[in-house]
Design a protein around this ligand. Structure first.
Ligand code: NAD
Length: 504
């Protein structure tokens, strides 16, 4: 055991002893059941699951009050404010060093952190949890900061990009450590510090990463608490972050409820909201590449990615051939009865609104688990299930985040484009097309008007994995900043040297 770990264990034991309830039941602050409503459990269809989450105390498993892990929002904001003041006093080279340190730690700890994230959240796939941490290398750092200058008869005008200060972030359960880490890289590169309210079901892994990052940054650069997180996170602590005077900017990554809450906040919010990415396939597509791409993208982390392929609209002339290719590419095609059996498990009607909602118990589960529920045994190597449905099917219209992708047979590319746009519900998030007909590609791209548009490849290529371009796990859709970079988290500032400093 190393010295730091021994200290942690001792301080945690002392803290728990210190907080022993009068009745002596050993309850500590990290083990109590908070009085607030837990953030994220907002789907009425999952009421039983919500109660279970509530009843299970979220033990972050890391000492509170040290290395960025705080119980109270005020304490986190106070510590992050001090840390940010120190950060901006460092040279840009040191800031670059911190960013590189975070990237190298994510890479070195990818196996361990991927595993603890999967154990805690119980959604997704270990190989992809690990890869999502390894590819943080692709997130841009200080090199994205730039100074613009114009000189002329009236002197020199310099435009620079300054930090906001402390940024309040909300992160999703689908990528708890990756989102926290990518946000940290971008935001610290831009000179900011962070207060995070993670998803309750991804709190422990987030807190472990926060502690390790801060420890390493403090040891090398003398700044602790640059990345802070609230344990346990609740809707109340989210609200406190939304309304805190010490936090000038919010960055929210999540589904419809939190996106709505952030858009209604009284301060600037950058919102990375939900998606429901459609795939259009026309008669000119290379069907082998199409099937391989859909399996790769739709199966990635069991379809947890917000950019992941969620429904396919394929022209009838190549529909059956595409389905045959799906089986060759690692997919398994369910028959109609199996699709309907699975649908009954995957969606539940909430008596309150009489509407279907995604059964969160099945989100991010393996294809074999879904296949069992559909009443079929699939080969162990099966990555993705597919099946024919109509255009109004629940699997088409809901962002289901499961490794089952519905395929809709359509008459023409125009019909595919029409229905694809409808199914995206105006999120303006991601859309994909497989086609060698540039007119169809252009038409769909123009009309879909999404933030990420992928042509002839898997969805992840739109985030730099097997494609060009940089990575971020926060794709700001309703607020329009797109795939976030350090510049997204800066304030524009101008310096005008009137009448001087033009040297030529
Ligand atoms: P979620 O909406 O259940 O939770 C996201 C975060 O918001 C969690 O931290 C949660 O605790 C918090 N939250 C939920 N309701 C809240 C409220 N009313 N007030 C304050 N905080 C609240 O989503 P999830 O299941 O964790 O993640 C999946 C969703 O996130 C999908 O819809 C996916 O498309 C979206 N997502 C988007 C991006 C993007 O870059 N655009 C990236 C990842 C995930």
């Amino acid at each position: 055991m190393n010295q730091a770990l021994v200290q942690d264990v001792v301080s945690e034991v002392m803290r728990r002893l210190g907080h022993r309830a009068p009745g002596g039941n050993g309850a500590s602050t990290t083990h109590r059941v908070p009085t607030g409503v837990r953030a994220g459990e907002d789907a009425p269809a999952n009421e039983p699951q919500r109660r279970a989450t509530y009843a299970r105390p979220h033990d972050a498993g890391v000492p509170v009050g040290q290395h960025g892990v705080f119980e109270r929002v005020d304490d986190a904001v106070g510590a992050a404010t001090e840390a940010q003041k120190k950060l901006v006093r460092l040279s840009l080279d040191d800031r670059d060093g911190i960013v590189k340190l975070i990237k190298s730690m994510a890479r070195e700890n990818a196996q361990a952190w991927g595993r603890i994230e999967l154990e805690e959240t119980k959604i997704g796939r270990l190989d992809h949890k690990i890869e999502k941490l390894q590819i943080l290398e692709l997130v841009p750092g200080v090199e994205f900061l730039r100074t613009d200058a114009t000189s002329g008869s009236n002197g020199l005008c310099i435009e620079e990009y300054a930090p906001f200060g402390v940024i309040g972030i909300i992160t999703p359960v689908t990528h708890s450590i990756p989102t926290l880490s990518a946000n940290a890289i971008n935001m610290i590169a831009a000179g900011n510090s962070i207060v995070a309210n993670p998803h309750p079901n991804g709190t422990h892994c987030a807190a472990v990463a926060v502690r390790e990052y801060n420890r390493a940054i403090a040891a090398k650069y003398g700044i602790d608490h640059l990345i802070t997180c609230i344990v346990p996170p609740t809707l109340e602590t989210a609200d406190q972050i939304f309304n805190h005077r010490g936090i000038p900017l919010l960055v929210v990554t999540g589904g419809p409820a939190v996106a709505r809450a952030a858009l209604g906040a009284k301060k600037r919010a950058i919102v990375a909201g939900p998606g429901n990415p459609p795939v259009v396939v026309d008669e000119t597509a290379c069907l082998r590449n199409t099937a391989e791409s859909i399996v790769k993208g739709g199966a990635y982390d069991n379809n947890l990615l917000c950019i992941g392929e969620k429904q396919v609209f394929c022209v009838e002339s190549v529909f059956d051939k595409l389905m045959a290719q799906m089986e060759k590419a690692g997919g398994y095609v369910l028959n109609d009865r199996q699709v309907e059996t699975l649908t009954k498990q995957a969606f539940k009607v909430d008596p309150k609104d009489n509407k279907h909602h995604v059964n969160k118990d099945l989100v991010g589960k393996d294809a074999s688990v879904l296949a069992d529920l559909a009443g079929v045994r699939v080969p162990p190597a099966t990555q993705l299930l597919a099946g024919e449905t109509d255009k109004d099917h629940l699997f088409v219209q809901h962002e289901q985040m499961m490794p089952f992708v519905p395929f809709v047979r359509v008459k023409s590319a125009d019909e595919a484009i029409e229905l694809a746009i409808e199914s995206e519900h105006g999120y303006r998030h991601t859309a994909l097309i497989h086609s060698r007909n540039m007119e169809n590609v252009t038409k769909f791209g123009r009309r879909a008007n999404v933030t990420v548009f992928v042509v002839n490849g898997p969805s992840m290529s739109g985030l730099g994995l097997g494609g060009q371009g940089y990575l971020s796990y926060s794709i700001a859709t309703p607020t329009g900043e797109g795939i976030t970079t350090p510049l997204t988290f800066t304030r524009y500032r101008r310096v005008m040297m009137t009448g001087s400093l033009r040297m030529i």
